[in-house]
Each structure stands twice: as C-alpha cells, then as structure tokens.
Design a protein around this ligand. Structure first.
Ligand code: ADP
Ligand code: MG
Length: 447
C-alpha cells in the first residue's frame, strides 16, 4: 500500500522538478516503512540524501501529512553504500549517461516522439537557420511546400531533434494524424522480417497509409538493394498522395554510397537543407538556453570555457554542461571558469586545456608550410593571405575572440579587416570543398 503511495508521490514530483534532477535523485528512492509516524525513505547515496533534504523535503512533509494521520517526520536513509567520492564513480554521472542512452534507444523506436524535442527548445543560429525554417514550414503545411524535406549534417547537430519537432507540432494541431517515424535501420529490419514471415502485405500497408513518413539516418540505405526498392515504392505512393516525407542523413544524397539514382533524384525534388557545426556564438547560445531550461545560473566565463573546449557536437556540449551543473550541485560549489576547467577535465576526458592563439597560428602555419612570422606579417601574396584569413576565422569561431582582440593578436590589424576575413572563410567553407577540407584537417590537428 505504501509502495503505491510512494510511486504516486514520485509521479507528482516528476512534473515539478527537472528531468535530470528527477532521474538522478528521486527515481532511485524507495519507501521503507512508517515507523510510528516516522517515514523512512531509502536513498542510494549521501549525495541524494543531501539533495533531497535541501530541495524537496518541505513538499514531501506536506504530502505525507495528508497521507498518514500519525505523521511526525520524514527521514532519508542511505541504503546502498557503494557511493564513492571519486568522480568516476559518482552515481549521478552514471545516471546522466543512462538517461542519454535511454534517449538514444528511444530514437529508433517508431512513433515515440520526445516531448523535449520541439521547435521551442531548438536554438536557431546561422548554422541551422534554413533547416529550422524548412522544418517549420513542413510542420505547418505538410505535403504542400517541400516534399520531401531532406535534412543533412554531422552527428549530434540536431537532425533528429528537428524531425521530432515536426512530429510534435503536427500532432499538437492534429492529434489523430498517423505519423510514422522510423530509423532507416528499423525500416530495414522490419522489411527483412516481413519477407521471412510472409507478412509483406501488412508491412506495406503500415508504411503506405501514413499521413507523414519520417525516416532518420537514411545513409544506412547504402548497399541495401532490396530495402531501397521497397523504400522507393513507399516513397512514390506517399508522394503521389501528397503525404509529407522527411528524411535525415549525415551527408547529401549523391554522397551516399550505392544509392540508386532514382532515389537520389527523388530526394532532390523537395528541399535539401544542411545543418552546419555550430560556431562559437551558436555554441554559447545553445549553452545559455540549456542552462536556462534547467533553471540554473551558470556564469558566462564558465560557459565560454565549455564552448571553447567542445567545438563540434551539440550533444557533447549539452552533456558537459549537465555534468558540470550536477557536480557543482553535489559539491555545493559555485561554478566558475576555474571550477569548470577542473571538473570537466575529469569528466570529459579531454586534457582540459583550451587551444591557445599561439597554437592556432602554429598549426595553420604548419599545415600550409609557411612561416609564423609571414602569417603575422603584411605581405599580400596569395600564399599568405589565405592562411592568415584561416587563422582569423579560427580565432573567432573556435575561441570566440572579439574582432578587435583578433586584430591585436594578428599584430595590429583593423577590426574591419578581421571581419572581412572571417566572413570570407565562412562563405568559402560552404561553397568550396577544398576550403572545407583544409579546415577539417586543421581542426583535427587540435585534438
Ligand atoms: P543528430 O540527430 O543530428 O545526430 P540530435 O538531434 O540527436 O542530433 O541532437 C543531439 C542533441 O543535441 C539533442 O539533445 C538535441 O536536443 C541537441 N541539439 C542539437 N542541436 C540543437 C539546437 N540547435 N538547439 C538545441 N538543442 C540542440
Ligand atoms: Mg539522429
């Protein structure tokens, strides 16, 4: 009976505390007994006890008073002693990691949409503006504007987030719509199962009657002829009936190995929109939004440290911030840049150091086989101008230095010169694959 009571308490609290806090501190608790009015709750470690006593005990007392006539007090007892001080073993981290895994596992599951993946929680920047806008149009007028919508970009840049956001938005307005969401891998294995078990009719019906068809990570169609064929027919059927199709991929259609031409060309019928890696400002905006979402104030200098250290993947960016916030909470510390540096060094297994200006200039010089002094100098020969612009671009996008600051670092350049250089490389990167390639190689040199 009291067990059920506790489950109910937890589900009530679940809506009023943030998800990571709930998963970390409340979910692992259990009701033990009512000892003459003293309610005993089992908690897994002293950190949980601390957190609960600090944050939730008032609410709990109120709830217990209503439930138990003889209520006197509530006590949290640590029942599993394995909690250790070492960060590696800090249970909160394991739980945060488990939560991440849960989310990943859910991603491939047909028709389960993350409530957190909405347009509202998506931070828009110049790296993803087109994809975001296209996704909104599609959610607004499915099947009418861009069909299919093809979103592509690197790992952890928000493709799945946008796809779920489309579904969430459509379902908000039309809850009865049949939206089929699947990963390319699930589609493939269901197709193979259907072949084996002679259930092709059911398989076809399921997919071909969708109002909206969302397929995540389509690059895995590569080399799967049979599945491609089936996908092709599904695509045609849905498209003819003006049903919206959205696909994501880590690359453009023509770069997917062994993708049939007829599919490549169909993917180009609607809109192909890319999501680029976030630059420094985008990363800061994302961190600020995530900290706000979780109601925790993190000083800008600490966020800057994270944005300077984690440069490519939004999932890692977010994960580092959560870990940092959790660690600070457990240790009762205020977050500073120093604290972030010290803590994240242990938590994310980087060497914790931010690339320096000197290193950036040195690596770029090395890559282009030119002298550091020449990069810093004033010569306008092409062989030097381009590397110099790359340095300025990296100082801006990797380290977030201001334009005047970069001017100084480059030996006294005007900030408009710096701005021009940064813009030039930003644009070139998009249209010139040799520039993109240079930058990718150089960025790898910092790892
Ligand atoms: P992908 O599918 O491209 O690999 P995901 O959509 O799974 O990436 O995104 C990874 C994580 O980063 C998710 O938690 C997602 O919410 C978050 N994320 C990515 N881009 C953004 C963004 N622009 N704004 C807010 N969160 C983002
Ligand atoms: Mg994804």
């Amino acid at each position: 009976m009291s067990d059920i009571f506790w489950k109910k308490v937890l589900s009530d609290l679940e809506v009023s505390v943030s998800r990571p806090n709930f998963v970390t501190w409340l979910k692992p608790t259990n009701f033990v007994e009512n000892r003459n009015g003293l309610i005993i709750i089992a908690v897994p470690n002293p950190y949980a006890k601390n957190w609960l006593e600090k944050n939730i005990v008032k609410d709990l007392k109120r709830i217990c008073k209503e439930e138990f006539d003889d209520f006197e007090d509530i006590r949290f007892e640590v029942m599993h002693k394995e909690a250790a001080n070492a960060y590696d073993e800090l249970p909160i981290l394991k739980q945060v990691e488990e939560e991440e895994k849960e989310i990943e596992a859910e991603e491939g599951v047909p028709n389960s949409f993350h409530s957190r993946y909405t347009f509202d929680t998506f931070v828009v920047g110049n790296n993803n503006r087109l994809a975001f806008a296209a996704a909104q149009v599609v959610a607004d007028k499915p099947g009418e504007a861009y069909n299919p919508l093809f979103l592509y970009g690197g790992v952890g840049l928000g493709k799945t987030h946008l796809m779920h956001a489309i579904a969430n938005e459509v379902l908000r307005k039309a809850p009865k719509k049949k939206i089929i969401y699947t990963s390319c891998e699930t589609f493939t294995s269901e197709f193979i199962d259907a072949l084996k078990t002679n259930t092709m009719t059911a398989f076809k019906k399921k997919y071909r009657t969708a109002d909206m068809f969302l397929v995540d990570d389509i690059q895995f169609l590569s080399n799967k002829e049979g599945t491609q064929e089936e996908f092709f027919h599904t695509f045609n059927m849905l498209h003819q009936n003006n049903r919206q199709i959205v696909v994501t991929s880590d690359r453009v259609p023509k770069e997917i190995n062994d993708l049939e031409d007829r599919l490549t060309s169909r993917f180009g019928w609607g809109m192909i929109a890319d999501i680029q890696a976030p630059n420094f400002e985008n990363r800061m905006a994302i961190l600020q939004s995530k900290a706000q979402e979780r109601g925790i104030e993190v000083p800008v200098e600490a966020l800057e440290y994270i944005a300077q250290t984690i440069t490519s993947n939004v999932r890692e960016l977010e994960g580092s911030l959560i870990k940092l916030m959790a660690a600070a909470e457990v240790e009762g510390e205020t977050i500073t840049r120093e604290y972030a540096k010290r803590t994240l060094k242990d938590l994310i297994k980087t060497n914790g150091s931010v690339v320096t200006t000197k290193q950036i200039i040195g690596k770029v010089a090395e890559y282009f086989s030119v002298e550091v002094n020449d990069i810093m100098g004033k010569s306008r020969v092409k062989e030097l101008v381009y590397p110099r612009q790359v340095v300025m671009y990296l100082l801006r996008n990797r380290l977030g230095h201001t334009l005047p600051q970069i001017g100084d670092e480059m030996g006294g350049k005007d900030h408009t010169t710096v701005m021009h250089s940064v813009e030039k490389i930003t644009k070139a990167r998009k249209v010139d694959s040799s520039v993109e390639n240079d930058l990718q190689v150089i960025e790898k040199m910092f790892i």
